[in-house]
Design a protein around this ligand. Structure first.
Ligand code: DER
Length: 235
């Protein structure tokens, strides 16, 4: 089984929890993509009806449109029944790192309004502690004086050996720009950052920070697909 096979298995398992008539938060990334494809397929087959999707990115919006999934927004539906989305890291308390696909702000806004938030991952995403994968913790910041904000973020976590890197794209290293017109600084840690709530609050107090990629105490269900099968765990 490839990693993408595992993502698909987790995604299809999550869609079993979708009921006709639900308002759904539609996640972003390669795992959520499988869930959205599956929802589109079931709608096409008439096995699901009256679904409304709230997309967490322009990319997901386009995918859902192409599948004929009816779409709406948070202003029309401030409370959603269920969101399904991937994650970059999941710790033992079901805290997440998200945002390596750059959609963390809209994901957090939408997934924060759901009665249930199902996270779908392949087993490689499981970590002992947040930041433990050695991969990035994304932080969305305003472009204005981004170096200043990046340095403030780095020094906030110097105790954890933090390195802050502006996310760039293309051959001439242009700054990556989010759906919301902001930049992303990726934070890398050598050690555990400790109290996640305190770390998140400290980041949000920096005026140039829009949102960070730690999703603390938000997921209600975790679906993990691994070589030995798929597990479903409720918070
Ligand atoms: O960027 C994001 O928030 C994505 O949901 C990410 O966390 C998971 O992406 P993947 O399913 O492509 O690994």
């Amino acid at each position: 089984l490839t990693q993408d096979d595992l993502k698909k298995i987790a995604a299809y398992k999550a869609v079993e929890f979708v009921e006709s008539g639900m308002v759904l938060g539609l996640g972003t990334g390669s795992t959520a993509k499988h869930a959205i494809d599956r929802i589109g397929e079931l709608l096409q087959q008439g096995k699901l009806t009256n679904i409304i999707g709230i997309p967490t990115s322009k990319k997901t919006h386009e995918q859902a449109l192409s599948l004929g999934i009816p779409l709406s927004d948070l202003e029309t539906h401030p409370v959603l029944d269920l969101a399904i989305d991937g994650a970059d890291e999941v710790d033992p308390h079901m805290n997440l790192v998200k945002g390596r696909g750059g959609s963390l702000l809209r994901e957090k806004m939408i997934e924060g309004c759901c009665k249930k938030f199902i996270v779908i991952v392949d087993a490689t995403k499981l970590v002992d502690y947040i930041g433990g994968s050695g991969l990035a913790l994304p932080v969305e910041i305003v472009p204005f004086c981004w170096r200043f904000t990046a340095e403030k973020l780095r020094s906030l976590f110097k105790h954890a050996g933090c390195v802050a890197k502006l996310r760039v794209v293309g051959e001439n290293g242009e700054p990556y720009v989010t759906d919301n017109g902001n930049y992303v600084v990726d934070l890398y840690f050598e050690k555990d950052i400790g109290d996640l709530v305190a770390a998140g609050d400290a980041m949000l107090r920096l005026a140039g920070v829009v949102e960070h990629g730690m999703f603390i105490d938000m997921a209600t269900t975790l679906i993990v697909a691994g070589e030995l099968g798929v597990t479903v765990k409720n918070k």
